[in-house]
Design a protein around this ligand. Sequence first.
Ligand code: PRP
Ligand code: URA
Length: 209
Amino acid sequence: MMNVHIIDHPLIQHKLTIMRRHDTSTRSFRQLVNEIAMLLCYEVTRDLPLTTEKIQTPMEEMDAPILSGKKLCFVSILRAGNGLLDGMLNLIPSARVGHVGLYRDHDTLQAVEYYYKVPSDINDRLVIAVDPMLATANSSIAAIQRLKDGGAEHIKFLCLLAAPEGVKAFNEAHPDVELYTAAVDRELNEQGYIMPGLGDAGDRIFGTK
Ligand code: PRP
Ligand code: URA
């Protein structure tokens, strides 16, 4: 069985449709990534454990719910991951942040690493790695492997859009990592782009095309 959660929420699907349109402006695209990231973050953190803490309200004392368990670390897979990261941090501003810099070689489609920096206590944290696109999954598989090699033990991966080929490859490479996505599209094309997709996420977020 595939370890994938499809976050099929009307607001997310609506915003994703606007992002997919070829004529959506850079400004709107960036704003929508930010908004969707908050909604996705809400779902990916749904099973965080709670405990209670005795507090004093202005009226009386109560046992109030509060997050317990491992602290969070978001990891952005550069550079398009930064689009999602901003929205996630709007919701959880106290999260620590790591970065894995990878780009996809246009000819081989293999991931090439150029940067790695994460908090030193990453092994004690729940890591949520983010990248809007999971196409061949070469980038996310390499990023997750790098995080595991760096000591991360509890990792979730969050993207916006996935290809079925990428979901399968990701699951085979990292069956222990829960994968969250807003949609799984039809297929990859010969250039490794998701179809129908939304184009190059990094270029659309940063306006670099
Ligand atoms: C895009 C995207 C993913 C990767 C997905 O990044 O943000 O990281 O491609 O493709 P894959 O699943 O086939 O590896 P890109 O290499 O274009 O770099 P960028 O984020 O710097 O734009
Ligand atoms: N990376 C993207 O940004 N888009 C795709 O469709 C595939 C990889």
